[in-house]
Every structure is written in C-alpha cells, then in structure tokens.
Write a protein that binds this ligand. Structure first.
Ligand SMILES: C[S@@+](CC[C@H](N)C(=O)[O-])C[C@H]1O[C@@H](n2cnc3c(N)ncnc32)[C@H](O)[C@@H]1O
Length: 368
C-alpha cells in the first residue's frame, strides 16, 4: 500500500478516535523533541497537555501531531508552578521525559558533556510538581555513568519523595519495533510499584527491515520521491558510491577492496569501527537510529540493496512514526539535517505506547 493511501486511512481512523476521546490521564513531556514519546501516550488515550524543548524545530511536529502546546523553554530554568498548572485537574498527572542521551552514550567516547546535569533538573521538577506518575527513558549507559552516582541520585530522590520506582533495560524488538535499540525505562508512582512494560514480541516474531520499508518505491542517492517529500536521501560522493556498491547487507568496510578503505579505518584505532559504512540486512531489525542515520558513513545505514543511505521516511518508519506524522508544514522544504536529527533523537513511538500501556494498567489496578 502506498504511503499516500496509508496516510488517508490513518487520518480517517484518527478522526473517528478523536470523536469518542476519553482522556486516561494528562501528560507533560520534558525534552519533548518532535514528540515520539508523547505520540505513544496520545495513541494510548492520554491527553498530552504540553511539551518542553529548547529546539524551535520541534514546535511544528510536536503541536501538529499531538494537539498540545509546545513550550520553547530550558528545562534547567523553567518555572515548576506554571508548568504544573497545565495538568488537567481531576485527571492522573503524568510527567515524562527523555533528557539528551549523548552525555551518557558510547558515542561521546569519554568526552565530558555538561548536559548530564539536565537529569538533576528533571528530578527537581518532579519534587516541585509532584506528579502522580513519572516516566524516564534514556540510554542503558546512564546506569553506569560516573560510577552510577547520577542514576542512583535520581532514584534516591524519587524514593525520598515517596515514589515507588521500577526500571528495566528494554530491547526494542521485544515491543514490535524493527530496530535493535536498547533503552533504560524507569517508571515511578505514588500509588504503588508501577512495574515495567512487558514484551509483546518473541524473537521469531521480530519485525524486520523488509517488513518495514520493503514496499517503498526506489529512489537514487541524493534524490527524493515525487509525491512523498520525506522519502529523500543524502547524496554520495564518487568514492562513497563505490564503497556503497561494494558493501553487503550486514557487512562492513572490511568487505571492500584495499583502495576503497578509508584512512581512518586503516589506522589501528579505526579498526574497531566495524559497523560504520555498512548496509542493513533485510531480514533482521535495523540498527539503532541515531541523529545521523541518513548518512552512509555514520553507521550501518546503507539501504539493503539500493546504493544509498536510508531516506528520512525509512528512518521515521523504523522509529515507528506513523506514515501520517507530519514533520514540516505542507509545501515547506524538508531539511535533511534538522528533520533527520528530530527523527533519530526520538523515543520510538511504539516504545512510548508500551510505556503508556503499562501506566494505563497501573492506574486501572489502583482504581484511578
Ligand atoms: C532525546 S531527545 C528527546 C526526544 C523526544 N522525547 C521524542 O520522543 O521525540 C532530547 C531533547 O532534549 C532537548 N534539550 C536539550 N537540552 C534541553 C534543555 N536544556 N531544555 C529543554 N530541552 C532540551 C533537545 O533539543 C532534544 O530535542
């Protein structure tokens, strides 16, 4: 089915769902980005009431797809009282957030990044707003960062404020997400132990790259589809075109002839980077999407058989954004770099849904 047909069908379903909407709780999303996490909550019947981020590029996709105001503010300085007043009174109050992952990620390679302190501001806002439920998502390495001191302080602050806390490292394919991403998911509740999302897919049912993007029309490197503006991909230099052609699904630069190997891979220190400049495999989940997934040299982001990196549309589908999720207003130019960053930074929508479903069941268990 073409993307245009899928969009028309989803729009009809959403307008029917909107007509019989009953909110399951109200949600404020700190570090909301383009709204991947929020959208998961919206699709599970929660009322998203605000998203906070310092990147103005997030405003359009967040507001258009989540029917909620975007607040261009710094989580480090935002006023807790004014923010807390946005919750709907009488409805369970859910504060969610995924602070920037880069300070804790393996890609930062030991470089110090002060943004880890944003997690302390998340903690401050929880203490000041006192929501009923909290959800925090980040990379698994957050647990080990600075000898676990940062994560331990976050959990301790929650417990000292009378929250029950549970967390788990979740593997996205277990939740029907076609991507081998692992994430730390923490839930906290004032009602009782909130539990963690339970897997929905066993390994024999993992969604694959083929099932997710296999039907999309072919495009050339540097090109775009005539009617789907998001289905566009980066150009390749002449040497990268040859490297792409020599790459095989699931392989790496080690498959190339000597003259194609880059200087950085020839150095002893570069030999560990086996997964950059590779093609995805059709019949496995994709690798973890990053903010640079649209560049062939940035990871195993080559299309399984076309000689190009994956398109923004393909990245968005792998991140489980529905096909009708709009990233720019109709007719506006789609900028590869900024839209690619929003897509790669997002919590997969279906992981947001799994978290939201766990919270919904938890609220049901406690009669809320
Ligand atoms: C991992 S992304 C969040 C993705 C989002 N939850 C989603 O699902 O689409 C982190 C976000 O934090 C934002 N950010 C970074 N520093 C911030 C700050 N001081 N205050 C608010 N937002 C900030 C970034 O602009 C980025 O959009």
């Amino acid at each position: 089915m073409s993307i245009a047909t899928q969009i028309a069908r989803l729009d009809r379903v959403e307008s029917r769902r909107g007509a019989k909407k009953r909110s399951r709780g109200s949600v404020i999303d700190l570090f909301c980005g383009a709204g991947g996490l929020s959208h998961g909550f919206k699709l599970e019947g929660f009322d998203v009431v605000a998203g906070v981020d310092i990147d103005e590029k997030c405003r359009f996709p967040f507001e258009r797809n989540n029917d909620a105001p975007f607040l261009l503010e710094d989580v480090g300085t935002i006023d807790a009282d004014a923010l807390g007043e946005r919750f709907v009174s009488g409805s369970p109050r859910v504060l969610v957030g995924c602070s920037p992952c880069q300070p804790f990620s393996k890609y930062s390679q030991g470089r110090e990044d002060g943004r880890w302190q944003l997690l302390e501001h998340f903690s401050r806002l929880i203490r000041e707003i006192q929501p009923d439920i909290v959800s925090m998502e980040n990379v698994p390495r957050l647990q080990k960062f600075r000898d676990s001191a940062v994560f331990d302080a976050f959990v301790r602050a929650l417990r000292n404020a009378d929250y029950f806390v549970d967390w788990k490292i979740v593997y996205c394919p277990d939740f029907g997400i076609p991507q081998s991403r692992s994430r730390l998911v923490l839930l906290a509740s004032r009602l009782g132990p909130p539990g963690v999302p339970a897997p929905t897919h066993t390994p024999d049912r993992y969604l694959t790259v083929r099932q997710t993007i296999g039907d999309l029309p072919p495009i050339a490197a540097g090109g775009a589809h005539a009617t789907d503006d998001l289905h566009r991909c980066s150009a390749l230099s002449a040497s990268n075109e040859k490297r792409m052609h020599a790459s095989r699904p699931g392989g790496s630069w080690r498959d190339w002839s000597e003259e194609l190997v880059t200087a950085c891979h020839r150095r002893e220190t570069g030999k560990g980077y086996s997964s950059v400049y590779g093609r995805m495999s059709w019949d496995e989940p994709a690798p973890t999407m990053t903010t640079q997934f649209f560049g062939f040299g940035n990871g195993r982001f080559g299309h399984p058989e076309q000689d190009r990196a994956i398109s923004l549309r393909e990245g968005a589908l792998i991140q489980t954004f529905p096909p009708n999720y709009a990233f720019v207003p109709d007719g506006q130019k789609v900028e590869m770099k900024s839209i690619g960053r929003l897509i790669g930074n997002a919590v997969p929508v279906d992981l947001g849904r799994a978290i939201a479903r766990r919270i919904r069941s938890h609220l049901d268990e406690y009669g809320k």
